[in-house]
Design a protein around this ligand. Structure first.
Ligand code: AMP
Length: 117
């Protein structure tokens, strides 16, 4: 069996990281190296290495990631249009992916530039 990813170890409580959100399909915790005042990682409990490798059977899990983002934004008080948040998924080297376990970055708490770097 292949070794667990870092994020799988967090989900399985083998590496400590307080969960800010959890449901049947996903868990979320604060990024260890935040790029904004709010930087949450939303991760599927089932290992999908990266978004481009998701298969049709992952549809509910992919939807759960975005629904979780909305719930977390609500909980953190950033859902109003006069505040806001950004979701980012990095796939592969050119995008800066470093952990091979699909995750959605939720960034907020400051004005975010567009286009991104
Ligand atoms: P990516 O570069 O899109 O693969 O994002 C991986 C993210 O995981 C980076 O933003 C890292 O700061 C974050 N990260 C790495 N190790 C941990 C950890 N132990 N707990 C929380 N976040 C982490």
């Amino acid at each position: 069996m292949s070794e667990k990813t870092l994020f799988q170890k967090i989900i399985d409580r083998e590496i400590p990281a307080p969960l800010v959100y959890e449901d049947d399909l996903v868990a979320a915790f604060n990024d260890i190296n935040p790029q904004a005042p709010i930087h949450v990682l939303i991760v599927p409990k089932k290992l999908i290495p990266r978004v481009g490798e998701a298969v049709p059977e992952d549809q509910a899990t992919l939807g759960a990631l975005l629904l979780a983002a909305g719930r977390i934004a609500e909980k953190l008080g950033i859902k109003a249009r006069d505040k806001g948040f950004r979701l980012v998924i990095n796939h592969g080297r050119d995008a800066g992916e470093t952990v091979p376990h699909l995750h959605v970055h939720l960034l907020a708490g400051r004005s975010l530039e567009w286009p991104p770097g």
